[in-house]
Design a protein around this ligand. Structure first.
Ligand code: GLU
Length: 479
Protein backbone atom coordinates (compact mmCIF):
# COMPACT_ATOMS: atom_id res chain seq x y z
CA UNK A 1 0.00 0.00 0.00
CA UNK A 2 1.33 3.40 -0.89
CA UNK A 3 0.91 6.38 1.36
CA UNK A 4 2.14 9.93 1.64
CA UNK A 5 4.56 10.84 -1.13
CA UNK A 6 4.07 7.40 -2.50
CA UNK A 7 6.77 6.33 -0.14
CA UNK A 8 6.66 3.39 2.20
CA UNK A 9 7.33 4.25 5.76
CA UNK A 10 10.41 2.62 7.23
CA UNK A 11 11.41 3.25 10.80
CA UNK A 12 14.05 1.76 13.02
CA UNK A 13 14.86 1.28 16.66
CA UNK A 14 18.61 1.59 17.14
CA UNK A 15 19.69 0.61 20.65
CA UNK A 16 23.32 0.47 21.71
CA UNK A 17 23.78 -2.85 23.47
CA UNK A 18 25.64 -1.39 26.41
CA UNK A 19 22.99 -2.47 28.87
CA UNK A 20 19.66 -4.26 29.05
CA UNK A 21 16.69 -2.79 27.20
CA UNK A 22 15.99 0.38 29.15
CA UNK A 23 12.33 1.27 29.66
CA UNK A 24 13.04 4.55 27.83
CA UNK A 25 14.43 2.58 24.91
CA UNK A 26 11.42 0.28 25.04
CA UNK A 27 9.14 3.33 24.85
CA UNK A 28 11.07 4.59 21.79
CA UNK A 29 10.77 1.16 20.18
CA UNK A 30 7.02 1.14 20.87
CA UNK A 31 6.44 4.50 19.18
CA UNK A 32 8.41 3.37 16.14
CA UNK A 33 6.52 0.10 16.07
CA UNK A 34 3.11 1.80 16.42
CA UNK A 35 3.90 4.27 13.68
CA UNK A 36 5.01 1.49 11.35
CA UNK A 37 1.98 -0.70 12.09
CA UNK A 38 -0.46 2.18 11.77
CA UNK A 39 0.93 3.13 8.35
CA UNK A 40 1.64 -0.33 7.01
CA UNK A 41 5.29 0.50 7.14
CA UNK A 42 8.32 -1.49 8.16
CA UNK A 43 9.77 -1.60 11.66
CA UNK A 44 13.48 -2.38 11.70
CA UNK A 45 15.97 -3.09 14.42
CA UNK A 46 19.57 -1.97 14.25
CA UNK A 47 21.92 -2.95 17.03
CA UNK A 48 24.51 -0.19 17.37
CA UNK A 49 27.32 -2.39 18.53
CA UNK A 50 30.31 -0.40 17.31
CA UNK A 51 31.79 0.22 20.72
CA UNK A 52 33.72 -3.01 21.29
CA UNK A 53 34.44 -2.30 24.92
CA UNK A 54 30.92 -1.56 25.94
CA UNK A 55 28.84 -3.66 23.57
CA UNK A 56 28.34 -7.23 24.57
CA UNK A 57 26.79 -9.98 22.54
CA UNK A 58 24.62 -11.27 25.32
CA UNK A 59 23.18 -7.80 25.85
CA UNK A 60 22.08 -7.70 22.21
CA UNK A 61 20.36 -11.03 22.73
CA UNK A 62 18.76 -9.69 25.86
CA UNK A 63 17.45 -6.60 24.05
CA UNK A 64 15.99 -8.76 21.30
CA UNK A 65 14.34 -11.01 23.89
CA UNK A 66 12.84 -8.06 25.76
CA UNK A 67 11.45 -6.63 22.54
CA UNK A 68 9.93 -9.97 21.72
CA UNK A 69 8.43 -10.07 25.19
CA UNK A 70 6.79 -6.72 24.47
CA UNK A 71 5.48 -8.11 21.20
CA UNK A 72 7.75 -6.27 18.82
CA UNK A 73 9.79 -8.07 16.26
CA UNK A 74 11.57 -6.44 13.34
CA UNK A 75 10.10 -6.88 9.87
CA UNK A 76 13.50 -7.47 8.28
CA UNK A 77 16.70 -9.17 9.46
CA UNK A 78 18.41 -7.31 12.31
CA UNK A 79 21.17 -4.97 11.20
CA UNK A 80 24.36 -5.12 13.27
CA UNK A 81 26.08 -1.79 12.89
CA UNK A 82 29.56 -3.13 13.56
CA UNK A 83 29.37 -5.05 10.29
CA UNK A 84 29.11 -1.75 8.39
CA UNK A 85 32.19 -0.04 9.78
CA UNK A 86 34.05 -0.30 6.48
CA UNK A 87 31.25 1.52 4.72
CA UNK A 88 31.13 4.24 7.41
CA UNK A 89 34.85 4.83 6.85
CA UNK A 90 34.44 5.01 3.10
CA UNK A 91 31.78 7.66 3.47
CA UNK A 92 33.90 9.64 5.91
CA UNK A 93 36.70 9.60 3.35
CA UNK A 94 34.28 10.64 0.64
CA UNK A 95 33.47 13.73 2.70
CA UNK A 96 37.17 14.46 2.69
CA UNK A 97 37.33 14.10 -1.08
CA UNK A 98 34.39 16.42 -1.67
CA UNK A 99 35.86 19.07 0.62
CA UNK A 100 33.19 18.61 3.30
CA UNK A 101 35.71 17.33 5.79
CA UNK A 102 39.37 17.81 6.59
CA UNK A 103 42.35 16.30 8.37
CA UNK A 104 42.75 17.50 11.94
CA UNK A 105 46.11 16.86 13.54
CA UNK A 106 45.54 18.03 17.10
CA UNK A 107 46.39 15.45 19.71
CA UNK A 108 44.02 14.55 22.52
CA UNK A 109 46.33 16.43 24.93
CA UNK A 110 46.28 19.60 22.84
CA UNK A 111 42.50 19.52 22.66
CA UNK A 112 42.27 18.89 26.38
CA UNK A 113 44.49 21.91 27.07
CA UNK A 114 42.27 24.08 24.85
CA UNK A 115 39.17 22.77 26.60
CA UNK A 116 40.69 23.68 29.98
CA UNK A 117 41.38 27.22 28.83
CA UNK A 118 37.80 27.61 27.62
CA UNK A 119 36.56 26.26 30.92
CA UNK A 120 38.77 28.69 32.77
CA UNK A 121 37.41 31.58 30.71
CA UNK A 122 33.89 30.25 31.21
CA UNK A 123 33.14 30.03 27.50
CA UNK A 124 31.77 26.93 25.79
CA UNK A 125 34.54 24.98 24.13
CA UNK A 126 34.48 24.77 20.37
CA UNK A 127 37.25 23.40 18.21
CA UNK A 128 39.17 26.35 16.77
CA UNK A 129 39.57 25.02 13.22
CA UNK A 130 43.36 25.36 13.38
CA UNK A 131 43.82 22.37 11.11
CA UNK A 132 41.36 23.73 8.57
CA UNK A 133 43.57 26.75 8.23
CA UNK A 134 46.74 24.79 7.45
CA UNK A 135 47.95 25.21 3.90
CA UNK A 136 48.00 22.22 1.61
CA UNK A 137 51.77 21.78 1.75
CA UNK A 138 51.74 21.56 5.53
CA UNK A 139 48.91 19.07 5.50
CA UNK A 140 50.84 16.96 3.01
CA UNK A 141 53.99 17.22 5.09
CA UNK A 142 52.17 16.09 8.25
CA UNK A 143 50.64 13.20 6.38
CA UNK A 144 54.03 12.18 5.01
CA UNK A 145 55.48 12.30 8.48
CA UNK A 146 52.76 9.89 9.52
CA UNK A 147 51.24 12.21 12.09
CA UNK A 148 48.04 10.84 13.50
CA UNK A 149 44.91 12.64 12.42
CA UNK A 150 41.18 12.65 12.89
CA UNK A 151 38.77 13.67 10.16
CA UNK A 152 36.49 16.53 11.04
CA UNK A 153 33.35 17.60 9.24
CA UNK A 154 33.43 21.16 8.01
CA UNK A 155 30.27 22.71 9.42
CA UNK A 156 28.86 25.16 6.85
CA UNK A 157 27.62 28.62 7.77
CA UNK A 158 23.97 29.57 8.17
CA UNK A 159 21.30 27.77 10.08
CA UNK A 160 19.99 24.23 10.06
CA UNK A 161 16.26 24.07 10.18
CA UNK A 162 13.83 21.19 10.18
CA UNK A 163 10.21 20.41 10.92
CA UNK A 164 10.26 18.03 13.84
CA UNK A 165 7.05 15.98 13.81
CA UNK A 166 6.62 16.47 17.55
CA UNK A 167 8.28 19.83 18.22
CA UNK A 168 7.45 21.60 15.00
CA UNK A 169 9.89 24.01 13.43
CA UNK A 170 13.30 23.60 15.02
CA UNK A 171 16.43 25.46 14.08
CA UNK A 172 20.04 25.62 15.11
CA UNK A 173 22.68 28.21 14.38
CA UNK A 174 25.48 26.40 12.65
CA UNK A 175 27.94 28.74 14.27
CA UNK A 176 27.12 27.05 17.60
CA UNK A 177 28.19 23.71 16.25
CA UNK A 178 31.85 22.79 16.06
CA UNK A 179 33.50 20.89 13.27
CA UNK A 180 32.81 17.50 14.75
CA UNK A 181 34.96 14.42 14.28
CA UNK A 182 33.63 11.80 11.88
CA UNK A 183 36.65 9.49 11.89
CA UNK A 184 38.81 9.14 14.99
CA UNK A 185 42.60 9.06 14.81
CA UNK A 186 42.51 5.27 15.26
CA UNK A 187 40.47 5.12 12.05
CA UNK A 188 37.17 4.29 13.74
CA UNK A 189 34.01 6.08 12.64
CA UNK A 190 31.91 7.89 15.24
CA UNK A 191 28.22 7.46 16.00
CA UNK A 192 27.31 10.62 14.08
CA UNK A 193 28.41 9.28 10.71
CA UNK A 194 27.55 5.62 11.35
CA UNK A 195 23.94 6.47 12.14
CA UNK A 196 23.51 8.62 9.04
CA UNK A 197 25.08 6.08 6.71
CA UNK A 198 23.05 3.21 8.12
CA UNK A 199 19.78 5.12 8.15
CA UNK A 200 20.40 6.07 4.54
CA UNK A 201 21.37 2.55 3.51
CA UNK A 202 18.35 1.10 5.28
CA UNK A 203 16.07 3.62 3.51
CA UNK A 204 14.76 4.92 6.80
CA UNK A 205 12.06 7.51 6.22
CA UNK A 206 11.33 8.58 9.80
CA UNK A 207 13.74 8.80 12.68
CA UNK A 208 11.80 8.49 15.91
CA UNK A 209 13.93 8.71 19.05
CA UNK A 210 14.31 10.43 22.41
CA UNK A 211 14.76 14.15 22.93
CA UNK A 212 18.29 13.46 24.10
CA UNK A 213 19.18 13.11 20.42
CA UNK A 214 17.73 16.45 19.38
CA UNK A 215 21.13 18.15 19.45
CA UNK A 216 22.56 15.46 17.17
CA UNK A 217 19.96 16.13 14.54
CA UNK A 218 21.42 19.30 12.95
CA UNK A 219 24.78 17.56 12.60
CA UNK A 220 23.15 14.58 10.98
CA UNK A 221 21.13 16.78 8.64
CA UNK A 222 24.33 18.53 7.58
CA UNK A 223 25.87 15.16 6.81
CA UNK A 224 22.88 14.10 4.71
CA UNK A 225 23.10 17.34 2.78
CA UNK A 226 26.86 17.14 2.28
CA UNK A 227 26.43 13.62 0.95
CA UNK A 228 23.60 14.66 -1.34
CA UNK A 229 21.22 12.26 0.39
CA UNK A 230 17.55 12.80 1.09
CA UNK A 231 16.99 13.96 4.67
CA UNK A 232 14.52 11.76 6.59
CA UNK A 233 11.78 13.11 8.84
CA UNK A 234 12.51 13.43 12.55
CA UNK A 235 10.28 12.97 15.59
CA UNK A 236 11.83 13.49 19.02
CA UNK A 237 10.00 11.95 21.92
CA UNK A 238 9.75 13.50 25.38
CA UNK A 239 12.14 12.31 28.07
CA UNK A 240 10.97 10.05 30.84
CA UNK A 241 11.51 11.33 34.38
CA UNK A 242 11.09 9.59 37.69
CA UNK A 243 8.68 10.72 40.39
CA UNK A 244 11.26 13.20 41.70
CA UNK A 245 11.28 14.73 38.21
CA UNK A 246 14.82 13.50 37.67
CA UNK A 247 16.11 11.45 34.79
CA UNK A 248 15.20 7.79 35.33
CA UNK A 249 18.22 6.28 36.96
CA UNK A 250 19.29 2.77 37.82
CA UNK A 251 20.24 3.93 41.26
CA UNK A 252 16.71 4.90 42.16
CA UNK A 253 14.50 2.65 40.03
CA UNK A 254 14.59 -0.57 38.12
CA UNK A 255 15.10 0.59 34.55
CA UNK A 256 15.33 -2.49 32.40
CA UNK A 257 12.29 -4.03 30.75
CA UNK A 258 13.56 -7.40 31.90
CA UNK A 259 13.42 -6.37 35.54
CA UNK A 260 9.76 -5.49 35.12
CA UNK A 261 9.15 -8.88 33.59
CA UNK A 262 10.85 -10.47 36.60
CA UNK A 263 8.77 -8.38 38.98
CA UNK A 264 5.62 -9.88 37.48
CA UNK A 265 4.33 -7.27 35.09
CA UNK A 266 2.47 -8.48 32.02
CA UNK A 267 3.92 -7.47 28.66
CA UNK A 268 0.60 -6.03 27.45
CA UNK A 269 0.35 -3.88 30.58
CA UNK A 270 3.93 -2.70 30.18
CA UNK A 271 3.26 -1.85 26.54
CA UNK A 272 0.14 0.10 27.50
CA UNK A 273 1.92 1.92 30.32
CA UNK A 274 5.00 2.82 28.28
CA UNK A 275 2.87 4.19 25.48
CA UNK A 276 1.19 6.56 27.91
CA UNK A 277 4.67 8.00 28.62
CA UNK A 278 4.33 10.59 25.92
CA UNK A 279 1.15 9.58 24.14
CA UNK A 280 -2.36 10.79 25.02
CA UNK A 281 -4.98 8.38 23.65
CA UNK A 282 -8.31 9.67 22.38
CA UNK A 283 -10.93 10.13 25.12
CA UNK A 284 -8.14 10.06 27.72
CA UNK A 285 -8.27 6.31 27.83
CA UNK A 286 -5.71 4.75 30.12
CA UNK A 287 -6.37 1.10 29.46
CA UNK A 288 -5.90 0.64 25.78
CA UNK A 289 -4.81 -2.41 23.87
CA UNK A 290 -2.01 -2.70 21.40
CA UNK A 291 -4.52 -3.14 18.55
CA UNK A 292 -6.47 -0.05 19.56
CA UNK A 293 -3.24 1.92 19.78
CA UNK A 294 -2.22 0.80 16.32
CA UNK A 295 -5.58 2.00 15.02
CA UNK A 296 -5.44 5.41 16.56
CA UNK A 297 -1.73 6.27 16.76
CA UNK A 298 -0.88 9.73 15.54
CA UNK A 299 2.00 12.06 16.33
CA UNK A 300 -0.58 14.80 16.88
CA UNK A 301 -1.20 13.21 20.24
CA UNK A 302 2.44 12.91 21.30
CA UNK A 303 3.39 15.35 24.05
CA UNK A 304 6.33 17.69 23.91
CA UNK A 305 6.77 17.77 27.65
CA UNK A 306 8.59 15.07 29.57
CA UNK A 307 6.60 12.21 31.01
CA UNK A 308 6.73 10.90 34.55
CA UNK A 309 7.26 7.22 35.23
CA UNK A 310 4.52 6.72 37.78
CA UNK A 311 4.97 3.30 39.39
CA UNK A 312 1.56 3.40 41.07
CA UNK A 313 -0.07 3.85 37.71
CA UNK A 314 1.93 0.98 36.29
CA UNK A 315 0.70 -1.16 39.20
CA UNK A 316 -2.87 -0.15 38.53
CA UNK A 317 -2.62 -0.81 34.80
CA UNK A 318 -1.05 -4.18 35.50
CA UNK A 319 -3.80 -5.09 37.94
CA UNK A 320 -6.39 -4.29 35.29
CA UNK A 321 -4.64 -6.55 32.81
CA UNK A 322 -4.33 -9.33 35.39
CA UNK A 323 -8.08 -9.17 36.02
CA UNK A 324 -8.69 -9.54 32.31
CA UNK A 325 -6.24 -12.37 31.71
CA UNK A 326 -7.49 -15.94 31.87
CA UNK A 327 -6.52 -18.03 34.89
CA UNK A 328 -4.83 -20.51 32.57
CA UNK A 329 -2.66 -17.81 31.01
CA UNK A 330 -1.74 -16.43 34.44
CA UNK A 331 -0.79 -19.92 35.57
CA UNK A 332 1.46 -20.32 32.56
CA UNK A 333 3.21 -17.03 33.34
CA UNK A 334 3.61 -17.97 36.98
CA UNK A 335 5.15 -21.30 36.07
CA UNK A 336 7.63 -19.52 33.82
CA UNK A 337 8.64 -17.09 36.53
CA UNK A 338 11.56 -17.85 38.83
CA UNK A 339 9.96 -15.82 41.55
CA UNK A 340 7.67 -18.59 42.72
CA UNK A 341 10.42 -21.15 43.10
CA UNK A 342 12.57 -18.52 44.77
CA UNK A 343 9.72 -17.99 47.22
CA UNK A 344 9.64 -21.71 47.92
CA UNK A 345 6.47 -22.30 45.92
CA UNK A 346 6.73 -25.21 43.50
CA UNK A 347 3.58 -24.84 41.48
CA UNK A 348 4.09 -28.17 39.76
CA UNK A 349 3.63 -29.96 43.07
CA UNK A 350 0.00 -28.84 43.20
CA UNK A 351 -2.83 -29.93 40.97
CA UNK A 352 -3.50 -27.55 38.14
CA UNK A 353 -7.10 -27.33 39.18
CA UNK A 354 -6.09 -26.23 42.67
CA UNK A 355 -3.73 -23.51 41.47
CA UNK A 356 -6.29 -22.24 38.96
CA UNK A 357 -8.80 -21.88 41.79
CA UNK A 358 -6.22 -20.04 43.90
CA UNK A 359 -5.59 -17.67 41.00
CA UNK A 360 -9.28 -17.14 40.58
CA UNK A 361 -9.66 -16.18 44.24
CA UNK A 362 -6.66 -13.87 44.22
CA UNK A 363 -6.48 -12.28 40.78
CA UNK A 364 -8.57 -9.21 41.61
CA UNK A 365 -6.16 -8.32 44.39
CA UNK A 366 -2.88 -8.54 42.51
CA UNK A 367 -0.95 -5.71 40.97
CA UNK A 368 1.82 -8.06 39.86
CA UNK A 369 1.89 -11.76 39.27
CA UNK A 370 4.58 -12.11 41.93
CA UNK A 371 2.17 -10.80 44.51
CA UNK A 372 0.39 -14.12 44.39
CA UNK A 373 3.51 -15.58 45.99
CA UNK A 374 3.85 -12.64 48.39
CA UNK A 375 0.25 -12.45 49.53
CA UNK A 376 -0.91 -15.99 48.88
CA UNK A 377 1.94 -18.12 50.19
CA UNK A 378 -0.53 -19.79 52.60
CA UNK A 379 -2.21 -21.51 49.67
CA UNK A 380 1.00 -23.47 49.26
CA UNK A 381 2.54 -23.77 52.72
CA UNK A 382 1.41 -23.77 56.34
CA UNK A 383 2.08 -20.47 58.08
CA UNK A 384 5.26 -20.46 60.14
CA UNK A 385 4.33 -17.39 62.08
CA UNK A 386 1.30 -15.23 62.69
CA UNK A 387 0.75 -11.52 62.23
CA UNK A 388 1.85 -9.93 65.55
CA UNK A 389 -0.79 -7.23 65.62
CA UNK A 390 -3.44 -9.74 64.62
CA UNK A 391 -2.50 -11.95 67.56
CA UNK A 392 -2.69 -9.06 70.00
CA UNK A 393 -6.00 -7.94 68.66
CA UNK A 394 -7.85 -11.21 68.09
CA UNK A 395 -6.22 -13.93 70.19
CA UNK A 396 -7.71 -12.64 73.42
CA UNK A 397 -8.49 -14.62 76.58
CA UNK A 398 -12.27 -14.29 76.32
CA UNK A 399 -12.36 -16.11 73.02
CA UNK A 400 -9.67 -18.77 73.35
CA UNK A 401 -11.99 -21.37 74.84
CA UNK A 402 -14.82 -20.71 72.37
CA UNK A 403 -12.45 -20.93 69.45
CA UNK A 404 -11.25 -24.35 70.58
CA UNK A 405 -14.85 -25.49 70.90
CA UNK A 406 -15.61 -24.22 67.44
CA UNK A 407 -12.56 -26.07 66.18
CA UNK A 408 -14.01 -29.32 67.54
CA UNK A 409 -17.26 -28.49 65.87
CA UNK A 410 -15.83 -28.12 62.38
CA UNK A 411 -13.68 -31.21 62.76
CA UNK A 412 -16.96 -33.08 62.61
CA UNK A 413 -18.28 -31.25 59.59
CA UNK A 414 -19.19 -33.77 56.91
CA UNK A 415 -19.65 -31.59 53.89
CA UNK A 416 -16.66 -29.31 53.61
CA UNK A 417 -17.57 -26.29 51.55
CA UNK A 418 -17.71 -22.53 52.06
CA UNK A 419 -21.47 -22.37 52.59
CA UNK A 420 -21.56 -25.16 55.13
CA UNK A 421 -18.61 -23.87 57.11
CA UNK A 422 -20.06 -20.39 57.20
CA UNK A 423 -23.47 -21.67 58.27
CA UNK A 424 -21.90 -23.68 61.04
CA UNK A 425 -19.89 -20.70 62.23
CA UNK A 426 -22.86 -18.36 62.30
CA UNK A 427 -25.06 -20.90 64.07
CA UNK A 428 -22.32 -21.59 66.62
CA UNK A 429 -21.79 -17.86 67.31
CA UNK A 430 -25.48 -17.35 67.85
CA UNK A 431 -25.67 -20.27 70.24
CA UNK A 432 -22.74 -18.88 72.22
CA UNK A 433 -24.01 -15.30 72.04
CA UNK A 434 -20.79 -13.98 70.51
CA UNK A 435 -20.04 -12.04 67.37
CA UNK A 436 -19.17 -14.12 64.33
CA UNK A 437 -16.40 -11.71 63.41
CA UNK A 438 -14.24 -12.76 66.37
CA UNK A 439 -14.12 -16.34 65.11
CA UNK A 440 -13.67 -15.28 61.49
CA UNK A 441 -10.59 -13.24 62.39
CA UNK A 442 -9.11 -16.18 64.22
CA UNK A 443 -9.84 -18.61 61.44
CA UNK A 444 -8.03 -16.30 59.05
CA UNK A 445 -5.12 -15.77 61.40
CA UNK A 446 -4.65 -19.45 62.18
CA UNK A 447 -5.03 -20.73 58.63
CA UNK A 448 -3.24 -17.98 56.71
CA UNK A 449 -1.07 -16.34 59.38
CA UNK A 450 -2.45 -13.02 58.19
CA UNK A 451 -5.16 -10.49 58.87
CA UNK A 452 -5.98 -9.79 55.24
CA UNK A 453 -7.08 -12.30 52.63
CA UNK A 454 -9.89 -13.06 50.24
CA UNK A 455 -13.09 -14.48 51.80
CA UNK A 456 -12.01 -16.90 54.52
CA UNK A 457 -14.72 -19.48 53.80
CA UNK A 458 -13.52 -19.76 50.22
CA UNK A 459 -9.99 -20.27 51.50
CA UNK A 460 -11.10 -22.94 53.94
CA UNK A 461 -12.97 -24.78 51.23
CA UNK A 462 -10.10 -24.54 48.79
CA UNK A 463 -7.24 -25.49 51.08
CA UNK A 464 -9.30 -28.46 52.31
CA UNK A 465 -10.37 -29.92 55.61
CA UNK A 466 -7.15 -31.79 56.43
CA UNK A 467 -5.03 -28.73 55.88
CA UNK A 468 -7.31 -26.50 57.88
CA UNK A 469 -7.38 -28.92 60.81
CA UNK A 470 -3.63 -29.32 60.74
CA UNK A 471 -3.12 -25.56 60.67
CA UNK A 472 -5.54 -24.76 63.46
CA UNK A 473 -3.98 -27.49 65.64
CA UNK A 474 -0.58 -25.95 64.93
CA UNK A 475 -1.86 -22.53 65.82
CA UNK A 476 -3.35 -23.73 69.10
CA UNK A 477 -0.12 -25.47 70.03
CA UNK A 478 2.04 -22.47 69.33
CA UNK A 479 -0.12 -19.78 70.86
N1 GLU B 1 22.18 4.10 19.44
C1 GLU B 1 21.61 5.32 19.89
C2 GLU B 1 21.20 5.16 21.34
O1 GLU B 1 21.14 4.08 21.83
C3 GLU B 1 20.37 5.73 19.13
C4 GLU B 1 20.68 6.30 17.80
C5 GLU B 1 19.50 6.96 17.15
O2 GLU B 1 18.35 6.63 17.46
O3 GLU B 1 19.74 7.78 16.29
O4 GLU B 1 20.92 6.11 22.00
Amino acid sequence: MHLMNNKDIRVRFAPSPTGFLHVGGARTAIFNWLYARKNNGKFLLRIEDTDPERSRGELSEQIIRSMKWLGMEPDEPIVYQALNIKRHKEIALELLKTGNAYYAFETAEELEAQRKIAQHNKVPFKYNRASLNLDEATVQKYLNEGRPYAIRFKVPGGITEFEDIVHGNTSFNNSDIEDFVVLRSDGSPVYMIAVVVDDHDMNITHIIRGDDHLSNTPKQIMLYKALGWEVPEFAHLPMILDEQKKKLSKRRNPVSADEYKKMGYLPEAMFNFLTLLGYAPFNNREIISREELVNEFTFDRVNKKSAVFDKKKLGWINSEYIKNTSNEELLKLMKESDYFTMSGIHLNEFSEDYVLRVINLMKDRLSTINELADYGIYFFADPVNYDEKGLQKYWIDEIKQVFSEFFDEIKNLDIWNNVNIEERLRGFSEKKGIKAAGLIHLLRLSVTGRTVSPGIFDILELTGKDTVIRRISGFLQKN
